[in-house]
Design a protein around this ligand. Structure first.
Ligand code: GAR
Length: 217
């Protein structure tokens, strides 16, 4: 079976990209990374792709007069690479309605909160300021509004009383690295459907158990 061709868009560290690269190394994984695109020339994630001989391209948004010009360049590169699914992985540029519409239900994002709570930046600081007892991450199809769109999968982690933003981010990140490859696999297996802006997954594994924080004594 032909593998789903994935384009990964990054701006920085690329640890989620790494999780996808690692997943793709398994021969039975139904997706492959056709292109890694970065808007930042020295993004550390580019090295991760180069180390595995995955094609990379830098498209610096600053070189374009407007968002449309930047996105047209990305569109060309993605199309030339035969990309069928775009994964935003720490890609820190807002996308226009035009681009998002062109890739409707073929463009996904990972965000380090339980959406729709805590959209945007400085997520972990705001979770701690609010005193939420749980946080986590969400993979969703992208719509024009920031961190908005049909939810495909989420992972939940407890917030610890002595957490700071870094410790909470690190706890969530380990789960991001599990959830993103899972979602890409489900999409590649054609098990994810969007109907009326709601996602259904064919034959999902229902999670077990409940978490209460603080834990019952
Ligand atoms: C990840 O935590 C991802 O969820 C977040 O940026 C980080 C990128 O890390 N994305 C967003 O906040 C998008 N709204 P990475 O470069 O190591 O994958």
């Amino acid at each position: 079976m032909a593998k789903l061709k994935v384009g990964v868009l990054i701006s920085g560290r690329g640890s989620n990209l790494q999780a996808l690269i690692d997943a793709c190394e398994d021969e039975s994984y139904p997706a492959e990374i056709a292109l890694v695109l970065s808007n930042v020339a020295d993004a550390a994630g580019l090295k991760r792709a180069e180390a595995k001989k995955i094609p990379t391209k830098v498209i610096d948004h600053k070189a374009y007069e407007d968002r449309e010009g930047f996105e047209d360049a990305m569109q060309e590169a993605l199309t030339a690479a035969g990309v069928e699914l775009i994964c935003l992985a720490g890609f820190m540029r807002l996308l226009t309605e035009g681009f998002v519409g062109r890739w409707r239900d073929r463009l996904i994002n990972i965000h380090p909160s339980l959406l729709p709570a805590f959209r945007g930046l400085n997520v972990h600081d705001r979770v701690l300021e609010y005193g939420a007892r749980f946080s986590g991450c969400t993979v969703h199809f992208v719509r024009a509004a920031v961190d908005d769109g049909p939810i495909i999968a989420q992972a939940v982690v407890p917030v610890h009383q002595d957490d700071d933003a870094d410790s909470l981010a690190a706890r969530i990140l380990t789960h991001e690295h599990r959830v993103y490859p899972l979602v890409v696999r489900l999409i590649a297996q054609s098990r994810v459907r969007v109907t009326d802006d709601l996602v259904t997954v064919r034959d999902p594994q229902a999670p077990m158990g409940t978490m209460i924080n603080p834990a019952p004594e």
